[in-house]
Design a protein around this ligand. Structure first.
Ligand SMILES: [Zn+2]
Ligand SMILES: [Zn+2]
Length: 187
């Protein structure tokens, strides 16, 4: 099952976090981003303050050390090219810089132009007009915006898992539609 790299641990659920087993990191169930032990508590306190989640620092540290959660982020280069991670958003139209092995990923053309201008352009050179498109995921949405390229999940594999659910949905829809058709008088 594709979801198996994302583990729901009841102890983490009270912090709205899940355990991303494959990269040994935490994942915010609301924002769908990766967090490490250094950023998780601050993330909950800053971005989900409205939920007033009570955090016991020592309890949290114990869970993290038991699950071997990384203390800080890996570099995007370390994650480059892995299969998409469950629990994170996938950006299927991310742009990648192909200048001399740079492989910086940006979500928008404007961001990419800015990066290229700042990092690669020499006097008299022009900005490229086209960028390569890849699938990517993001490490964090606090201040540490870094994308890494991933292999998109295979949707052929995912379908059978959701089959029952889709069947139910379809039969429910049919029921709703037929009810509407019966109730509304003919013009
Ligand atoms: Zn969050
Ligand atoms: Zn670049």
């Amino acid at each position: 099952m594709l979801q198996s790299d994302l583990v729901s641990d009841p102890r983490l659920q009270e912090y709205m976090l899940q355990y991303q087993k494959r990269v040994q990191m935490l994942c915010c169930s609301k924002c769908h981003i990766l967090l490490c032990t250094k950023t998780a508590i601050a993330h909950i306190q800053v971005y989900h303050s409205a939920l007033q989640i009570k955090i016991s620092q020592s309890k949290f540290r114990d869970i993290c050390s038991e699950l071997n959660i990384h203390e800080s982020y890996p570099s995007p280069k370390e994650l480059y090219g892995i299969d998409a991670l469950s629990g994170l958003n996938i950006y299927t139209m991310a742009l990648v810089c192909q200048h001399d092995g740079c492989s910086m990923i940006c979500a928008t053309g404007a961001a990419m132009r800015k990066h290229y201008q700042k990092s690669h352009i020499k006097k008299g050179e022009h900005l490229p007009t086209k960028w390569a498109v890849v699938s990517a995921q993001k490490l964090d949405n606090n201040r540490h915006w870094e994308y890494f390229e991933v292999n998109p999940p295979s949707y052929e594999l995912e379908k059978p898992i959701n089959y029952n659910w889709i069947d139910n949905l379809e039969s429910n829809l049919e029921e709703v539609y037929s009810r509407i058709a019966l109730d509304s008088p003919d013009p």
